[in-house]
Design a protein around this ligand. Structure first.
Ligand code: PRX
Length: 633
């Protein structure tokens, strides 16, 4: 244990001398203080570690808030920094990506040299289909290496990728393709989930009935199942690879630092999902620096982020962050407990994973199977652990720390969002930890907890979490909807970014996230909106109206409960309830399947017709219903 321990309140886990000795950055306080005093200088130094075709003239242009611009005038390409630049160093022959199939029968490994070959080939093909700078490409695949190639290939030629999580279904996919006006979709015939086939291509076919913008579909063969191929529109990837245009070098486009890199749809307060837009320059610097400091990356590390590339965690810390840092990333096709609950522990042992980053929901689920499963495996390669996506309960934190990390691996509880692009409230390995707290804002950032009027609340009190400083990997806008960007994030507390989370800060300046204050539900760390679930329900002929709420769930964190008002002629029944759950699963995706569908005669609404979900939530929890003065008669 470290000798110099600051005195702090509550239960504190101090970093060991060994951890401090090997940390790249030993003095958190000094860096934090300097970065807070001059965030632009901190970020400029980080940006200088990367390669630019042309250097920026201005670090931050904040003349038109909240439309901040970073590294203005700089010319760059994120794929150049994630792939190309490593080819000039010893990393050319280093493993960039290690992958294992769900059934464990196949592994595939790619050096940076091989990664460049794969990305270039995919980029040549996409380009030959007429895709260029600024065009949108939807990627809808399972967790296989080609999803990484596809993302990097789009970035390489300046196209904007829009990855849709493979666990979403027709309604979600169609809506996202249509909104982005993608000309190209990259998909697979199918994917595996717990030994079962998911018919991805079939879902694409269904979706494209509503998406006139799509001209071509590239299909990667993964499962070999029988699928429909529309002549002229659908192309097997392996057939395209055999064409002469696929081979040879592919130039990496020179992009403006502020050119869009990707959009990623996420659920907001109300209405349909928003396309969060990130850029080449700022996002690149943000993911690079946050990962480097927080997970203390070293060349000999093997970094495993269990997230799917369909979510921001996969974008930033499975694909871009590790590769920009020249690390070795590990990617696994399957989930934690198939065929047995030792699957992940087996992989940590087999590949010598040194940094393991996952979600609290997975830890809680695996905890239930008992310690015997992890104890069967040698986990001594682990050096650091991490969690993300939802608050971690101290019990799960301690289990993770003791059983998986053997009390020697600090846990980096990283708080951030699709919108922030990278870690915002997070420790680094040398920071004392308190189970359940993300500790303090990352370098250059300052957070505050405020009341309804925007006034800071006292330490220990709950309030709204806001961020005070712009940062490079911040979202630039909602694609095609600047107004919504301003109203959603910057209107309630002018000059401050509204996170949508409530939190409190303790006497030591540590932040404790409580949860969302809007209509976002976090199911197993996956972000879903009540509106999406309700619009899926309304397409069922029996449903007149519905309301979705999130209720606490032991493993998933939150689970969905829906209240349904039936149309005349339909009667409540167990069968109908089950049918509606399946309906949501089929239309929106299995991750959105409600835990419960309950029938209600009349939904509580305000006089202006808005559903009062908080009243339903209070009733379900047996809590006081609060102020009902706006409730309609
Ligand atoms: O409520 C917070 C929760 O996840 C939300 C962001 O969700 P999403 O955009 O899907 O990104 C998730 C992965 C970055 C936040 O508003 N959240 C995320 N990380 C944490 C968290 N809540 C508590 N602790 C965390 N470490």
């Amino acid at each position: 244990m470290a000798t110099n321990k600051p005195k702090m309140e509550g239960e504190v886990f101090y970093p060991s001398d060994e951890i401090i000795a090997q940390a790249n950055l030993k003095d958190w306080d000094v860096t934090a203080k300097a970065a807070l005093k001059d965030p632009q200088a901190f970020w400029a130094t980080e940006a200088e570690n990367l390669e630019w075709f042309e250097k920026w003239d201005q670090v931050l242009d904040d003349s038109k808030p909240p439309f901040y611009k970073w590294f203005v005038g700089g010319k760059v390409n994120i794929t150049h920094n994630a792939v190309d630049r490593h080819l000039k160093t010893f990393r050319k022959n280093k493993l960039a990506l290690i992958w294992e199939s769900e059934d464990g029968k196949t592994d595939r490994t790619f050096s940076y040299y091989a990664l460049n070959r794969e990305v270039s080939r995919m980029a040549n093909i996409i380009k030959a289909m007429g895709i260029g700078k600024g065009d949108r490409v939807t990627i809808y695949m399972g967790r296989i290496p080609e999803i990484v190639f596809a993302m990097l290939a789009c970035a390489k030629i300046g196209a904007i990728h829009s990855v849709v999580f493979g666990g979403f279904s027709v309604d979600a996919l169609a809506g996202r393709i249509a909104d982005s006006e993608s000309k190209l979709v990259i998909t697979c015939d199918g994917s595996y989930q717990n030994g079962k086939l998911v018919e991805l291509k079939k879902i694409v076919d269904e979706s494209l009935k509503h998406c006139p913008s799509v001209e071509n579909v590239i299909v990667v063969k993964r499962t070999g199942q029988e699928i429909f191929m529309e002549p002229g529109r659908d192309h097997w990837f392996h057939d395209l690879c055999a064409l002469p245009i696929a081979n040879g070098k592919c130039a990496t486009e020179v992009m403006d630092a502020e050119d869009p890199l990707f959009i990623l749809y996420t659920s907001g307060s109300t209405g349909k999902p928003k396309a969060i837009l990130h850029t080449h320059g700022g996002y690149m610097v943000g993911t690079y620096a946050t990962l480097k400091y927080v997970f203390d990356l070293k060349d000999e590390d093997r970094f495993w982020c269990t997230a799917d590339p369909g979510w921001i965690t996969g974008h930033s810390y499975l694909v871009y962050g590790p590769l920009i840092n020249g690390a070795t990333a590990f990617m696994f096709e399957g989930g934690p407990a198939y065929p047995y609950p030792n699957r992940w522990w087996q992989l940590i042992e087999r590949y010598g994973i040194s940094i393991f980053y996952t979600a609290p929901t997975a830890i809680r689920a695996l905890m239930r199977f008992g310690e015997a499963w992890p104890n069967k495996h040698d986990l001594s390669s682990l050096r650091l652990l991490g969690t993300v996506g939802e608050p971690i309960n101290p019990e799960a934190w301690k289990w993770f720390y003791r059983v998986i990390g053997k009390e020697k691996c600090p846990i980096m509880d990283t708080w951030w969002q699709t919108e922030t692009g990278g870690f915002m409230i997070t420790p680094t390995p040398v920071v004392p930890l308190k189970p359940g707290s993300g500790t303090r804002p990352f370098f250059g950032q300052d957070a505050e907890i405020v009341d309804e009027q925007g006034k800071p609340v006292a330490d220990g009190e709950e309030g709204y979490l806001v961020l005070k400083n712009p940062w490079p990997s911040m979202l630039r806008t909602i694609f095609g909807d600047d107004e919504r960007y301003v109203s959603q994030y910057w209107s309630k507390y002018p000059g401050k970014y509204m996170t949508g989370d409530s939190a409190r800060r303790d006497k030591d300046g540590y932040y404790w996230i409580i949860g969302r204050v809007d209509d976002v539900i976090k199911v197993s760390g996956h972000r879903l909106g009540t509106a999406e679930i309700e619009s899926a329900l309304i397409t069922h002929p029996a449903v007149a109206e519905s309301a979705a709420i999130g209720l606490a769930h032991e493993v998933k964190g939150q689970a969905i409960t829906c209240y349904v008002q039936l149309k005349p002629g339909f009667a409540p029944s167990e069968e109908l309830s089950e049918e509606l759950r399946q309906h949501v699963s089929k239309h929106l995706g299995p991750i959105a399947r409600p835990e419960e569908v309950k029938f209600i005669d009349k939904l509580p609404k305000t006089r202006s017709g808005k559903i009062m979900r908080r009243v339903l939530k209070a009733r379900a929890q047996g809590l006081p219903e609060g102020d009902l003065s706006t409730l309609e008669e």
